[in-house]
Design a protein around this ligand. Sequence first.
Ligand code: HEM
Length: 151
Amino acid sequence: MSVLIPLRALPRLNAILNAASAVLLVAGYFFIRRGKVLAHKTCMLSAFACSACFLASYLYFHFHAGLVRFSGQGPIRPTYFAILISHTILAVVIVPLVLITLTFALRRRFRSHKAIARWTLPLWLYVSITGVIVYWLLFVLYQPIASIPGL
Ligand code: HEM
């Protein structure tokens, strides 16, 4: 992958994939509220594809780049770690939630789908949006990617 896409470009790609997931989730919600099931399904499956690509690219990046330390000091530091820790815990929690929500929908068990989706949707949105915020704080605001040795 590093030949096609340089390693240093992956954090931005990851943020774009997270942002795309968030937009698709919001659009999918609006569609189902208007009774447009096919558009809802298309948005949600596309959000799932974006999040799956994000996970693969995220793991690939950290496998090769290692841990990137946050260099911000002062009040932004506890803020950053509060966002990062909540983001990471919920990112683990939403994996089974998303799979169960999708399975119910694809088996046409819509009552169960709707019941669990009311949790899945806001948690997934939180994870996608905080993913973009973490990227921005870590790689744009406090430590431009070009300044990281080896990238
Ligand atoms: C993991 C991805 C998905 C999420 C997060 C999700 C989210 C939701 C949410 C939040 C609702 C309730 C909307 C409301 O408040 O009225 C809903 C309803 C619904 N979803 Fe999904 N959805 C997903 C995937 C799918 C897929 C793949 C289908 C395939 C057809 C689907 C079909 C439906 C239908 C038919 C309803 C209406 C159920 C009813 O009102 O009885 N969803 N979904």
